[in-house]
Design a protein around this ligand. Structure first.
Ligand SMILES: *Cc1c(COP(=O)(O)O)cnc(C)c1O
Length: 448
């Protein structure tokens, strides 16, 4: 566990306190220390019931520890607990949000835009689809079968029609299926996922941009998980072409709390056209008094938001600028290299059926068996055995079509299999991938 943030935090809090000297003495309610310590101790004991997300042997779900500087900045800001809804509640942190978001937009090639942080990717996507619905009333939202499940639900919340588009055997949006849907009319917005949550598949954005010229639709890019891969230089050719077109989107979502080294509670939505701000117009009678400057609450659907999130993000980006060839991008490249190595190891093991070659840093594989049910059972068994041995993987239920060559008897086109999944999103995974592979083989034992 990385505790170095404490060494950063202590002097930061002193520095913060220095800036508020000269106030008359106020008797702030002291906590009852012994009782607080006891309650905290109880909470801490309960936290032991978690997987060790910070360790490279946690190689399961999409979880990445926040950077120590982000943790220190968040905790420092919490001493004031600013609210980024309005400048009254968070002066410095609102400006830091504006600066941090400008840098994220810059990563996608945008200098003029509208954007802000959100509590997460789901809310960021909700805002993007809400604006999309205003721009194309009565028209459909479409996304691939592998798009995040919340797009369907968000569309229902917004009372927008939704249709899903088939994917190819690699989990990317199928262009033929998309074009058929477009030709049938009524499509207002296409959601393109750059980095699907299950497989890390990258929809062919470049070719979808070309289709937009013919059919005309709004383009929303959901890059909640994958967005930061814009900075890396070891993508495959197709993924690189898709990422290179991201600036063509009308809106983009990226989650600093996924790959951006931030504590949870940090998503981001961006609109290419700053005029989209008009949809947010509202008339709050009590929040915006002290400044002519824009308040973030005037361009977001959420009201209260943690200013500490913006402070943590700003600090992290100050330390690790969002530049191609920089240290931050190198960290992502290491995870991606680790995924490639693990994939090759699994693909050459006769006990497994590898899924699609990883486009980002996610590896999925099924277990060889006569039937799909047997394969699912074995995946569960390997998952359990690996965990007993200290390696934490994830399970996924995916269409059998992603496992070409499995040859399961009696399996229909769309039957689903339980398979193993590993997200190698920590840079340290590269140094550990041999060990991870060894433990997977050990957990598979003498399956044949
Ligand atoms: C994680 C994810 C989301 C949802 O974001 P949250 O921050 O979990 O709300 C949406 N889309 C994609 C592609 C994701 O990976």
């Amino acid at each position: 566990m990385n505790d170095s943030f404490l060494d950063l935090l202590v002097p930061a809090l002193d520095r913060l306190k220095d800036q508020f000297v000269g106030l008359p003495e106020a008797r702030l309610q002291p906590p009852a220390m012994a009782e607080a310590a006891a309650a905290l101790d109880e909470a801490t004991r309960r936290m032991g019931d978690n997987y060790p997300y910070f360790h490279p042997l946690y190689a399961g779900q999409m979880l990445k520890p926040p950077h120590p500087a982000a943790r220190a900045a968040y905790a420092m800001a919490m001493a004031l607990n600013p609210n980024n809804h309005a400048l009254d509640g968070g002066r410095a942190s609102s400006r830091m949000e504006v600066e941090a978001v400008r840098e994220i937009a810059g990563m996608f090639g945008w200098t003029e835009f509208l954007g802000h942080l959100t509590s997460g990717g789901t809310f960021a996507n909700l805002e993007a689809l809400w604006v999309a619905g205003q721009m194309a009333p009565g028209k459909k939202i479409v996304a691939s079968e592998q798009a995040h499940y919340t797009h369907n639900r968000i569309s229902a919340v917004l009372k927008l029609d939704y249709a899903s588009v088939a994917t190819d055997e690699r989990g990317r949006m199928d262009l033929g299926a998309l074009e058929q849907l477009l030709a049938s009319g009524g499509v207002g917005t296409v959601v393109v996922t750059l980095g699907t949550t299950a497989l890390g598949a990258v929809d062919p954005l470049d070719e979808i941009v070309a289709l937009r010229q013919k059919y005309g639709f709004r383009l929303h890019v959901d890059a909640a998980y994958g967005g930061y891969f814009r900075l890396v230089s070891n993508l495959g050719a197709e993924a690189a072409r898709a990422f290179a077109q991201i600036s063509e989107a009308d809106s983009i979502v990226v989650d600093p709390h996924k790959h951006g080294l931030q504590p949870y509670g940090c998503g981001c939505v961006l609109f290419r056209d700053p005029a989209m701000g008009r949809w947010y117009k509202h008339d709050s009678p009590y929040t915006y008094f002290t400044s002519q400057e824009m308040h973030l609450g005037e361009i977001s659907l959420e009201c209260s938001r943690a200013g500490a999130s913006a402070v943590a993000l700003w600090t992290t980006q100050r330390l690790l600028p969002l530049k191609r060839g920089g240290a931050f991008g190198r960290g992502l490249e290491q995870g991606r290299a680790a995924a490639g190595q693990l994939y090759r190891k699994i693909a050459s093991d006769r006990r497994f059926v590898a899924g699609p070659a990883p486009e980002l840093d996610i590896v999925v594989w099924a277990v060889q068996a006569h039937t799909l049910d047997e394969s699912s059972r074995r995946a569960q068994e390997i998952f359990d055995r690996a965990a007993e041995g200290g390696l934490h993987l994830a399970l996924a239920h995916l269409s059998g079509k992603f496992f070409a060559g499995a040859g399961w008897q009696g399996a229909s086109e769309d039957s689903k299999v339980t398979c193993l999944r590993s997200v190698l999103m920590k840079p340290e995974h590269l140094a550990w991938v041999e060990e991870i592979g060894r433990r997977i083989q050990q957990a598979a034992g003498n399956l044949e």
